[in-house]
Write a protein that binds this ligand. Sequence first.
Ligand code: GLU
Length: 226
Amino acid sequence: MCGIVGYIGKRQASPILLDGLRRLEYRGYDSAGMALNAGDRLEVLRRAGRIENLRHLVAEANPQADTGISHTRWATHGAATDENAHPHRDQSGKLALVHNGVIENYITLRDGLQAEGHVFSSETDTEVLAHLVGRYFDLSEEKDPARRLASAVQEALSRVKGTYGIAVMHVDAPDVIVGARLGSPLVVGLGQGEHFLASDVSAIVAHTRDVIYLNDYDVVTLRRDG
Ligand code: GLU
């Protein structure tokens, strides 16, 4: 289990995310990545190895985004490779998800999704969660995209056995980050016109000391203004 940092606000997200990941470095990790809202698509940057490797990738891509989620991975399912690094995407490629923890029933869930035509590109338990949330998002009749994403997360998690702290973004719900936890820590940081999500308060304490520790089974929707 390792680290999560998310940001939604008005500032450039990538330096805030990289700084937060560095503050979680002491916990150990084997790869790191981030997903950023680049308007009509999500930019996903991820690398095995040190956060420095991710920093180079971010510097090259020079993403301009005010919303993003990021992760340091401590591999439990699948080797420490670029492909297994988080964030993972769903079948549509429009959803990105980072996860701390272990999805115990991921093989059963993956078999069901594969039977529906889903194609997986990693060896992780986490990718199943991304596909499952994406599936419920796509099937939903809810018109409000933020509510649609939060309820897709809830529906997906109701089928999961295991532990999770997650952060999720979707191109079609560009003004929110959804988080949830069970057995893995997750903290919301409150700012002015910006909000943070982290697995450990040390990742965001440079920005705010106003925090909410989520409880197991909590699902949170972060917007710029609330
Ligand atoms: N089980 C997931 C994986 O192996 C998440 C590991 C973590 O908590 O960093 O990718």
